[in-house]
Design a protein around this ligand. Structure first.
Ligand code: MGD
Ligand code: MGD
Ligand code: MO
Length: 761
């Protein structure tokens, strides 16, 4: 479809995985100046006795002993285990104003942080400080706040259960529930939406269920890049002839075909396994329309499971009335999929006795993310596909422990059980007033209501919508503390006092007073297991995240009820605390010593519905969501996605192999007909302008000089990379129910770039 040659754009015609993935690992390792650390590390990844891969939250096969290969896991590990170091001498020689000019890629490329540092305004540099000094400064600044609710405590989903539990304990003893966390930008729509539907905010399936399912739906996620080990599971299902139905506006290679590096014959013969049996290029934001279409088709043909519905659910009549009132014309327009095609999807669904639906950010990061999630639950409940072997709902979580962090108390809305558990165990009364999520935290900082921010990992200012607003807000802080492994842009946005605290990564040995420690994590399927690093730490001055949290707590809380030192000396004591506060962790220390760990109880998996009426709920979403409606004129809907060479705001490289992009990220994927309708051509430089309500208070929200790439994406839909596209997302543009930013539904127009931007593409 592309007649013109554009630098760095060449369709990729091979399967996902295969030799391309092995080559990419080799070059990732070489690029980090491997000195053996990484290759040693890779053999310990996702082993019963090794460390948990920091890449994603896809579960490990139980009792596995063979190394499960994953290109992007290898990149994540080599990125952490790099031989490069960003030392105090470097910071002394490079003022922050100069570091600011480096790209995000270059900043993290400086390597691992080695010393605690504090910003010195006189020289505009970060200067080495002692740990004691750093903790004392932080404690003093926090105590100086007139109100504990004027501080924000961010958590990245990379943090272990032990670090996160200590962190929430400290913050609650300090006196606030301000817990913005990365889940707020990610699966909050799941955490808010699923409890209303099925009584729990987590997925209901286990990895073993994939061995028993007879159809899989993959909606709005890209496993080839973001959950690569999932391709092994999908491959096995495909080989069992399980239909795999994809709903995605883009043709994602990992969902099309896969060559497994684990299988020598596939590698040597160049064969691949097809993944999707049917691929629906639904329009961005068209999912509710398609899901309602499938339900309509089922109901019209009387294919609902009446026995299950009457025994286990409520709300069916209202749902049926809503679906009956929804017109096929509208369903087709909004979804971009024909009635005939939707009926095929409904047939596949109805012909299967055990269906699993997997979904990711293509569902949650919308203005109606919560309702999107709930329509998936409706579809599943219609035929009893929740709470039986081989069937269920599988949200693909983001960070490797984002789910665990929530389980152990990182939440801005604590329930009574959590408050009581803390009082029972530690003897202090935790605050009950709801705190801030991520969007609310930035708004509070912007408005001067919050003056301090501590970040346990992450690069929040860049990951958030509207970085310009976030950057300006962060500059108003009195105190900014970053607990991190590598330098990123958020660290360079200076507060009155800015402090960087370097921590151990998950691959590294963590030795405390009683010996080597392990931590625990919970994956997407509620499996909790231990993770123990073995590499020599990147610097002798690093501390573990639990030790850093405890250090801050001791410097801040005058008469703390918590034995911080004792817990850090022996993480078993932290786990005893977790078990006492959260009884579902019964026998925690025994159970994580078993290879593969254990699964937390998920009531809905056993058809135990933890809702007021003890039933699962059909929930009506009004209309088909304007997200998917082209708003007349020239409007298109923009989604912002990850490339193959990035981990969130960490950019490993400038390639997006499966989408055929090499050496650049300044691209906008557009359907050829949408390009032609605007008089634009493949390779043209364009400006992207965000519109209307989406633009929030700024009429002029735009990014300029990007390159239009003619691409087989659904009509009316355009895509660009995150975080390049974040400037187009207003802070106010989020799901009303869950607060999840609408990173994937931004109404935009495209224009030939102004003269100043027309460099050669
Ligand atoms: N290597 C690597 N692994 C990662 C990450 C990473 O950055 N790199 N990030 C981690 C984190 S924190 C997360 S949250 C996960 C994210 O994992 P994903 O959910 O896979 O993330 P995205 O790249 O945002 O892509 C979502 C997919 O949704 C599709 N999509 C976009 N809009 C729509 C829509 O309206 N409807 C539908 N049906 N589909 C749509 C896109 O085409 C894309 O294929 O991955 C985790 N794993
Ligand atoms: N437009 C758009 N924006 C998005 C998204 C999108 O799809 N589109 N996705 C959103 C989602 S789902 C997410 S989760 C966010 C996340 O976005 P980020 O905040 O970028 O995510 P992280 O990977 O948590 O943060 C990266 C930083 O974590 C630090 N780090 C790495 N390992 C460790 C460790 O072991 N300990 C500590 N303390 N620090 C460490 C490093 O310093 C690194 O710079 O972005 C969100 N933003
Ligand atoms: Mo995420």
């Amino acid at each position: 479809m592309n007649d013109k040659k554009v630098k760095g754009i060449e369709p990729y015609d091979r399967p996902a995985g295969g030799w391309g993935a092995l080559r990419a690992v080799a070059s990732a390792l070489a690029g980090q100046m491997a000195v053996g650390r990484e290759s040693v590390a890779l053999t310990k990844m996702n082993q019963p006795t090794g460390f948990d891969c920091p890449g994603c939250a896809w579960p490990d096969p139980k009792h596995t002993s063979s190394f499960e290969f994953c290109e992007n896991g290898a990149k994540a590990v080599s990125w952490e285990a790099t031989g490069k170091r960003a030392k105090p001498g470097f910071f002394a020689a490079n003022p922050v104003s100069q570091l600011w000019n480096l790209s995000d890629y270059a900043l993290e490329g400086l390597g691992r942080l080695t010393h605690p540092m504090a910003y010195d305004a006189a020289t505009d540099t970060y200067r080495e400080v002692s740990w004691d000094d750093a903790f004392a400064r932080i404690g003093k600044a926090l105590r100086a706040l007139p109100d504990p609710d004027m501080a924000e405590f961010y958590t990245s989903g990379r943090a272990s259960n032990e670090a996160a539990f200590l962190y929430q304990l400290f913050v609650r003893e300090f006196g606030t529930n301000n817990f913005p966390d990365c889940s707020n930008m990610c699966h909050e729509a799941t955490s808010v939406g699923l409890p209303e539907s099925i009584g729990v905010g987590k997925g209901t399936v286990t990895l073993e269920d994939f061995d028993h399912c007879d159809a899989i739906f993959c909606i709005g996620h890209n496993p080839g890049t973001n959950h690569p080990r999932m391709l092994t599971t999908l491959r096995e299902c495909s080989l069992r002839n399980v239909p795999i139905v994809v709903m995605n506006p883009m043709p994602e290679r990992g969902l099309e075909r896969f060559t497994s590096p684990q299988h020598p014959t596939e590698m040597l013969t160049g064969k691949s396994t097809p993944i999707a049996s049917t691929y629906y290029k639904v329009k961005i934001g068209g999912d509710v329309a398609m899901l309602k279409g499938m339900m309509k088709s089922l109901l019209e043909r009387d294919l609902a499971d009446k026995a299950f519905i009457s025994e286990h659910t409520s709300g069916f009549e209202a749902l049926a009335a809503d679906i009956a009132a929804t017109r096929w014309d509208d369903i087709e327009t909004v979804s971009g999929v024909s009635r005939a095609d939707i009926e095929v999807a409904a047939d596949i669904y109805a012909n299967a006795q055990r269906v699993i639906v997997c979904y990711g950010m293509g569902i949650t990061q919308h203005k109606h993310g919560t309702e999107n999630v709930q329509q998936i639950a409706n579809l599943m409940l219609l035929r009893g596909n929740v709470g039986k072997e081989g069937a269920g709902i599988a949200p693909l979580r983001g960070h490797s422990n984002v789910q665990g962090d929530r389980t152990v108390g990182i939440t801005e809305k604590p329930n009574q059980a959590l408050i009581d558990g803390i009082e029972r165990t530690y003897g202090f009364k935790a605050p009950a007033t709801h705190g801030h999520d991520a969007v609310a935290a930035i708004q509070a900082i912007r408005d001067g209501r919050s003056k301090a921010m501590i970040s346990l990992g992450g690069n929040l200012a860049v990951a958030m919508s509207d970085p310009e607003a976030s950057f300006a807000a962060m500059r108003k802080l009195d105190l900014a503390v970053h607990i991190a492994t590598k330098l990123n842009r958020s660290h360079l946005i200076l507060a009155r006092e800015s402090i960087i605290l370097p921590c151990l990564g998950r691959t590294e040995a963590d030795e405390q007073a009683t010996g080597m420690q392990s931590v625990t994590v919970e994956d997407s399927m509620s499996m909790v297991h231990a993770s123990q690093g073995s590499l020599k730490p990147a610097s002798e001055f690093l501390k573990s995240e639990p030790a850093i949290v405890a250090g801050i707590a001791r410097a801040t809380l005058a008469n703390s009820k918590v034995d911080w030192e004792g817990m850090v000396a022996d993480y078993d004591r932290i786990r005893d605390g977790i078990e006492s506060v959260f009884p579902i962790f019964e026998d925690f220390n025994q159970r994580i010593r078993e290879p593969g760990g254990f699964r937390l109880y998920i009531a809905a998996s056993e058809r135990n519905w933890v809702t007021e009426d003890k039933r699962a709920h059909f929930l009506v979403a009004r209309g088909l969501h304007e997200d998917g409606l082209v708003r007349g004129g020239d409007t298109l809907l923009l989604t912002t996605i990850r490339s193959h060479d990035q981990y969130n705001t960490t950019i490993y490289g400038l390639n997006d192999r499966y989408r055929g992009v090499t050496g650049r990220r300044d691209v906008v994927f557009v359907n050829p007909e949408d390009l032609a309708a605007r008089g634009l051509k493949h390779g043209d430089r364009i400006d992207v302008v965000a519109l209307g309500a989406e633009a929030g208070q700024h009429a002029e929200r735009e990014v300029r000089g990007f390159v239009a790439v003619s691409y087989d994406i659904a009509r009316g839909s355009v895509a660009m990379y995150f975080p390049e596209g974040n400037a187009l997302v207003a802070l106010e543009n989020h799901d009303a129910k869950s607060g999840t930013p609408a990173y994937k539904s931004v109404a935009v127009t495209l224009h030939a770039a102004r003269a100043s931007d027309t460099r050669a593409a």
